[in-house]
Design a binder for this molecule. Structure first.
Ligand code: LRH
Length: 477
């Protein structure tokens, strides 16, 4: 067997990570080699990602991996948050920093696009939860802002792969989150492109997760350890990777991929897009092995992070563990939040936004000062748990599954207070999965294709991935 190492890159809206998988005496060992903070910033009135900072950080991480892996690196794969994209000029260089999906330009774009193609029709064609962050609305916003058509675009993980020498592709799990892919076939939906007057030629070819897209080239490939590294499109959607990182079998489990967002759902063999699933706006996104991530985007650590930023700006920097410990000691809150209120998805002034909602609902406003942070945190955690329980009830109904187990993965899975509240609210047995589940799933997809080489869209491939994930979950140092 090939004993060389592999590298997984995981792009997060709050932090980006580069991890190394090595084989030590035949056993896997995974090390998080480089992690750096990420956040959108305000540029000329728009919310954008700092692409150069991200690329520099990733390349630094890859170089550090190379310096550790003297045995050489066999493969590299990149996953990341969905929907955002890089536009390319004629030479294939980025036209500018990518917009962050939270930018408010899509409010207008959504309204205007729905006059050309109704939300019901979009749902019917794609099976995807209608969210104004979806790539479709962003591309449409570009057009409204006068960006000339004819410019290729790539979602971020696929852009990084192409920048390092890979073919330009749109990996299927990530492509589904654009809201522009047909529900029952892995192909771009012509009707949507036509309605939105978007150029089909600007979208890359759709490929399944587990596709080799080329070999590393450019300056990184000059390092001897990296010379022949294969570039792989894993499940480029970080959530699909995180779910691939759960090595559970059976038909009685659901997941929460818990980070900036909470993705609450279950894996299905076939999409569910009947009237009720559509009305309740559940999503059917691509999963590994031709399966479906059937879930809903619920707000997540965004609420707490945004509050923490506000308090830090006022001079009191809380850490998450401090807040969790302090929140646990407060009294049970009165009047839970609607965590999915569109206003709470926006950036800035979060304590004020929360109070505005409370006042609208007839509850007293909370003291917004940093010393009252535990009360806010407790309110947020209780409200999230209650929302998870509601959504999971519906997931059980739509999927026809008798749910018993709930796997919580991702950065926020380490919040045991929230896990306890979630267990109480749902009545399910809660298992804490890997904090770096996207990385586990990323590596599992790489090894399944490198070692199995089988057709990546079959259930057999999904099972292979699950076996690798089982091996890797315990291998994180
Ligand atoms: C989580 C995530 C989620 C998407 C959002 C844009 O990181 O990929 O699945 O809905 O970011």
């Amino acid at each position: 067997k090939d004993k060389r190492a592999s590298i997984a890159v995981d792009l997060g809206a709050e932090s980006c990570r580069v991890s190394l998988l090595r084989w030590v005496k035949g056993k896997p060992a995974i090390e998080l080699v480089h992690r750096f903070v990420n956040a959108p910033r305000e540029v000329d009135g728009g919310l954008r990602w700092d692409l150069a900072m991200i690329v520099d950080g990733l390349e630094e991480g890859v170089r550090r991996c190379a310096s550790i892996a003297t045995e050489g690196v066999r493969s590299i794969a990149v996953d990341g948050w969905a929907v955002d994209y890089v536009r390319l000029d004629a030479k294939g260089l980025p036209l500018g920093d990518p917009f962050c999906y939270r930018d408010e330009r899509t409010v207008k774009a959504e309204r205007s696009l729905h006059r050309k193609i109704g939300p019901e029709r979009l749902r019917e064609l794609t099976g995807v939860q209608l969210l104004r962050i979806n790539t479709l609305y962003q591309l449409y916003a570009d057009a409204l802002d006068g960006v000339p058509e004819g410019r290729q675009w790539l979602n971020l993980p696929e852009y990084i792969l192409s920048r390092w020498g890979g073919a330009r592709v749109a990996e299927h799990t990530n492509a589904t989150h654009t809201q522009m892919v047909e529900l029952y076939k892995p192909q771009w939906c012509r009707e949507i492109f036509q309605a939105a007057e978007l150029d089909l030629a600007c979208a890359a070819k759709i490929v399944p997760p587990g596709t080799e897209v080329g070999r590393l080239s450019g300056p990184l490939a000059e390092l001897p350890e990296l010379r022949n590294a294969v570039l792989i499109a894993p499940a480029c959607h970080d959530t699909a990777s995180a779910i691939a990182g759960i090595p559970a079998t059976g038909n009685d489990w659901a997941y929460i991929s818990s980070g900036t967002w909470s993705l609450v759902g279950t894996v299905l063999e076939q999409p569910r897009n009947g009237e009720e699933a559509r009305e309740e706006n559940f999503t059917n996104l691509g999963a590994v092995g031709g399966r479906i991530c059937f879930h809903k985007n619920v707000n997540g650590m965004w609420l707490i992070r945004q509050c923490m930023d506000a308090w830090a700006a006022g001079g009191r920097a809380w850490t998450v563990p401090e807040l969790v410990a302090a929140a646990e000691k407060t009294a049970k809150p009165r009047g839970l939040l609607d965590v999915d209120d569109p206003d709470l998805l926006l950036a800035g002034r979060m304590p004020q936004r929360i109070n505005a909602q409370r006042v609208r609902k007839g509850y007293e406003a909370l003291d917004e000062g940093a010393e009252n942070a535990p009360v806010f945190a407790s309110l947020i955690f209780h409200s999230l748990a209650a929302r998870y329980a509601k959504v999971l009830d519906r997931i059980a109904l739509h999927s026809g599954k008798k749910l018993k187990r709930l796997f919580v993965v991702g950065g926020a899975s380490q919040n045991d207070f929230l896990n306890r509240l979630t267990a109480e609210a749902t009545g399910l047995e809660v298992f804490r999965g890997a904090a770096e589940s996207s990385t586990v799933g990323n590596f599992a997809v790489q090894l399944a294709v490198l070692e199995g080489g089988r057709d990546a869209v079959t259930g057999a491939y999904a099972e292979q991935v699950s076996r690798w994930a089982g091996l890797f979950v315990g291998a994180i140092g």
